[in-house]
Design a protein around this ligand. Structure first.
Ligand code: PLP
Length: 444
């Protein structure tokens, strides 16, 4: 059977052996809000942000900024908790950019990333005067020059660098190696920098890299920092660009290769960045350092509550069917990610039995765990999938025509619905049947 990791700080077990989230009984939360339900802890999110911020602040003498990467969890209330704590926003689409502005993030504290950006997105970003657009293709540079020129603006940009560093737990989240679609190699950057030097509506403020997600090794980020700091010098000396910032991306992990919980070593990261800055730049010439984390801030601050709906014993296995499918939570299916899952009324059973916990979708890959130790399961049991806060709801879909779940925030011991459970009207509400196809069912 799978060995299970420890619980994150927001999850506790009371004297009666029941699971609580921020002190609230998980079974009561499931009763009140139904299942599936994402539940987020505002105090845990704030604590994660402060831990990162303080560790960086203790070591870094250069200015640094943390931009919360919306892509992993763009629930507006979650974003607001982080903005109120001091984070800017890193956004990857028109929708996310619009949301950041709606939430009151000052434009200069928004970084717009993404490998492919449309003219519509660039036009919106330039009009809004956002702090940084991270360029990922030659044609994007041309589009920005054209659009900013038409608007009579100068756009602040960075170039995304592919530093040839491999990091991340799965090939789909490793984004800094030789073959990835992201960023420019050092060689390609020479040409694009020459083109940028001829642009009148572009100001090259920085270089950016993001090497992958769920990376627990600070040295990988430092390897990438070495490459980008060298290029920063080349950009300044060779092309005369100001380059006053370097964005080292996100990707800090919470789970090691043995699937155990780990605390990312921000102290080692900050110490390493500081040493490299000292070696590479005169004190007055140090760039500011940007970070764009998602997972490390929100992953362990959430549980996803579900309910056992069906049981079956066959081929020597106990199949436990729950109402969490990959339309609700796709990471186990998409990346083979491991997520701890417990029965909330008996989270640490004395006599666990191995269970294959399966979702309701018509897909053989819709399995949350093949060999999870649960107490003897019963229909109606409430389960909690842990560390659900990053890339959970954000990747939920309507697959199999299923509405997306409710999102609930716990703060100050109180609960708030921060996004309502969808209904079938949300799933089915926007279709049309052409007039000539209406009526006339042939199978009656
Ligand atoms: C460019 C960029 N920045 C930041 C992030 C956030 O990564 P993580 O959630 O691993 O911190 C991602 C995620 O893939 C990304 O692509």
């Amino acid at each position: 059977m799978q060995t299970l990791p420890t619980f994150p700080p927001a999850v506790t077990v009371d004297d009666a052996g029941r699971m609580r989230f921020e002190g609230l009984l998980c079974s009561a939360l499931a009763e009140q809000y139904g299942t599936p339900a994402y539940v987020y802890s505002a105090p845990a999110i704030r604590a994660n942000y402060q831990a990162m911020d303080q560790a960086l602040g203790r070591r870094l003498t250069s200015p640094y900024e943390i931009f919360y990467a919306y892509k992993g969890n763009s629930c507006p209330a979650v974003c607001k908790v982080l903005h109120n704590a001091g984070a800017g926003a890193e956004v990857v689409s028109l929708g996310e950019l619009h949301q950041a502005l709606l939430l009151g993030v000052p434009p200069r504290r928004i970084v717009f990333n993404n490998v492919v950006k449309t003219d519509e997105e660039l036009d919106y970003a330039i009009r809004a005067g956002i702090g940084l657009i991270v360029i990922d293709s030659e044609s994007e540079l041309e589009a920005i020059e054209r659009i900013a020129g038409r608007l009579g603006r100068v756009a602040a940009v960075a170039f995304r660098v592919r530093p040839f560093v491999r990091a991340g737990f799965h090939k789909h989240v490793s984004t800094g190696h030789e073959e990835t679609k992201f960023g420019f190699s050092a060689e390609a950057l020479e040409d694009v920098a020459r083109r940028a030097a001829a642009c009148r509506h572009v100001r090259v403020r920085g270089l950016h890299t993001h090497i992958g997600s769920q990376n627990c090794d600070p040295d990988k980020l430092l390897e990438a920092a070495d490459v980008v700091f060298n290029l920063t010098r080349r950009f300044r000396e060779g092309f005369g660009f100001p380059v006053d910032l370097v964005d080292l991306g996100g990707g800090m992990g919470i789970q090691n290769e043995d699937l155990m919980r780990v605390a990312f070593d921000f102290d080692a990261l900050a110490r390493g960045v500081e040493e490299r800055l000292t070696a590479a730049f005169a004190p007055s010439a140090r760039p500011a350092i940007y970070f764009e984390p998602n997972r490390i801030l929100v992953a362990d601050a959430s549980i996803l509550l579900g309910r056992v709906v069906s049981l079956k014993q066959d081929v020597g296995k106990r199949f436990v069917g729950v109402d969490i499918g990959y339309s609700t939570f796709v990471r186990c299916m998409l990346y083979g990610a491991f997520h701890d899952l417990r029965n909330v009324d008996d989270p640490c059973p004395d006599h666990p039995v191995p269970c294959e916990v399966i979702g309701p979708l018509c897909e053989s890959g819709d399995v949350l765990g093949a060999n999870l130790p649960l107490p003897e399961p019963k229909v109606g049991d409430v389960v909690a999938l842990l560390d659900a806060g990053a890339y959970g709801y954000a990747q939920a879909s309507h697959y199999n025509s299923r509405p997306r779940p409710v999102e609930v925030l716990v703060d100050g011991g109180k609960t708030f619905v921060v996004r309502h459970r969808e209904t079938l009207a949300d799933v089915l509400g926007r279709f049309e049947i052409p007039a000539h196809l209406q009526g006339g069912y042939a199978g009656a």
